[in-house]
Ligand binder design. Structure first.
Ligand SMILES: Nc1ncnc2c1ncn2[C@@H]1O[C@H](COP(=O)(O)OP(=O)(O)OP(=O)(O)O)[C@@H](O)[C@H]1O
Ligand SMILES: Cc1ncc(C[n+]2csc(CCO)c2C)c(N)n1
Length: 268
C-alpha cells in the first residue's frame, strides 16, 4: 500500500500592518489588496491608536458603553482639536448592545447624527461584543468576509469575566479574522485547519509572544521563528503552554492539531 501523504494545510497569512502609522517608510497605509477593516469599540479606555484605526475602518460599531468611550475619549486623544468637531467627525455607524451602559445624552448625540441604534436588551444570553460581531457578520456577504478583519478595541486588561467572554467570541466566529486589542497586546486565533505565517511588525509589536491552547490540549504543535520553538510538541493547561516566548524572526510559522491563541506585546 502507498504511504499516506502528510496532511497539507493551506497557509494563512497574518499581519498587523493596520497598526503602522501612515508615514512608516516600510509600509504604506492599507491599499486595495489589504483586508477591509471593521472596528468594534468596547467599554474600556480607548487605546492610543484608536484614531488611526478609526480612519482605516470601513465600518465602526460601538458595543453599548463603547459609545461613551468614543464620545469622551476621542477628544482626549486629539487634544489639539476642538472637542465638538472631533465628536462630529468620529461618529459610529452603529451602537449595539443591551443599552444598559451608553449614557442617554451620548445615545441622543449620535442618533441625531444618523448613527443606527440597535437595542437588544431582550437578549441577556449573549454579550454586547457577541452582538456586535454577529451584526457585522450578518451585514457582510460570505465572499467579503474572507477579506475582512474585525479589530476590537479595549478587549483586554479589564474585568476577567469580560476578557474571557471576549476570547470566547474568537471561538464563536472561527471563520472570521477577529483581532482583540488593548494598549499592551493583541490576540487572534490560529485555526488548526491552516498553517499560519505571522508577519511580525517589529517596529510596533513584540518581542514577547505566546501560543496558548485555550479550548483543548494540542498533541502536536510545530513553530519556526521563535526563541523557544515547538517541534511536534504537546501543549495543555496543567502541562506546557508557551508564554513569555520571544519573536526572533520577521516571520513566525505555526502548525498545530488544535486551534491556538496567538498573542504579541505591543510596543509603547
Ligand atoms: N472591564 C472590561 N474588560 C474587558 N471588556 C470589557 C470590560 N467592560 C466592558 N467590556 C466589553 O465591552 C462590552 C460592552 O460593555 P458594557 O459595559 O457596555 O456592557 P456590560 O453590560 O458590562 O457588558 P455585557 O452586556 O456584554 O455583559 C462588553 O460586551 C465587553 O465585551
Ligand atoms: C449561564 C449564564 N451565565 C451568565 C449569563 C448572564 N449573561 C451572559 S451574557 C449577558 C448579557 C449582557 O449584556 C448576561 C446578562 C447568562 N445569561 N447565562
Amino acid at each position: 500500500m502507498a504511504p499516506t501523504a502528510p496532511t497539507q494545510r493551506p497557509t494563512m497569512r497574518h499581519s498587523s500592518a493596520f497598526l503602522l502609522p501612515s508615514t512608516a517608510p516600510s509600509s504604506p497605509a492599507p491599499g486595495p489588496d489589504d483586508a477591509a477593516v471593521a472596528l468594534v469599540v468596547l467599554n474600556q479606555p480607548l487605546p492610543r491608536f484608536a484614531p488611526l484605526l478609526w480612519s482605516r475602518a470601513a465600518v465602526r460599531v460601538c458595543a453599548d458603553g463603547g459609545a461613551n468611550r468614543v464620545f469622551d475619549g476621542m477628544p482626549a486623544l486629539l487634544p489639539g482639536q476642538d472637542p465638538d468637531e472631533v465628536r462630529a467627525s468620529y461618529k459610529p455607524d452603529v451602537i449595539k448592545g443591551d443599552m444598559d451602559s451608553v449614557r442617554p445624552e451620548v445615545k441622543e448625540h449620535y442618533s441625531n447624527l444618523g448613527t443606527r441604534i440597535v437595542d437588544e436588551s431582550h437578549d441577556q444570553d449573549t454579550t454586547d461584543l457577541h452582538k456586535c460581531i454577529a451584526f457585522i457578520a450578518e451585514n457582510y456577504s460570505a465572499t467579503n468576509k474572507s477579506n475582512l478583519s474585525i479589530l476590537v478595541l479595549g478587549a483586554l486588561g479589564g474585568r476577567f469575566d469580560h476578557e474571557m467572554g471576549n476570547i470566547n467570541v474568537l471561538h464563536l466566529f472561527p471563520s472570521i479574522n477577529i483581532v482583540l486589542l488593548s494598549d499592551d497586546c493583541l490576540i487572534f486565533l490560529l485555526s488548526k485547519m491552516h498553517t499560519h505565517e505571522i508577519h511580525v511588525e517589529k517596529s510596533i509589536e513584540g518581542p514577547h509572544c505566546g501560543l496558548i491552547p485555550i479550548g483543548m490540549p494540542s498533541t502536536s504543535t510545530t513553530t519556526t521563528g521563535l526563541r523557544w520553538n515547538l517541534d511536534n510538541t504537546s501543549m495543555s493547561f496543567g502541562g506546557l503552554i508557551s508564554t513569555s516566548n520571544i519573536v526572533e524572526e520577521d516571520k513566525v510559522t505555526v502548525t498545530s492539531d488544535s486551534d491556538l491563541m496567538w498573542t504579541t506585546s505591543l510596543r509603547k
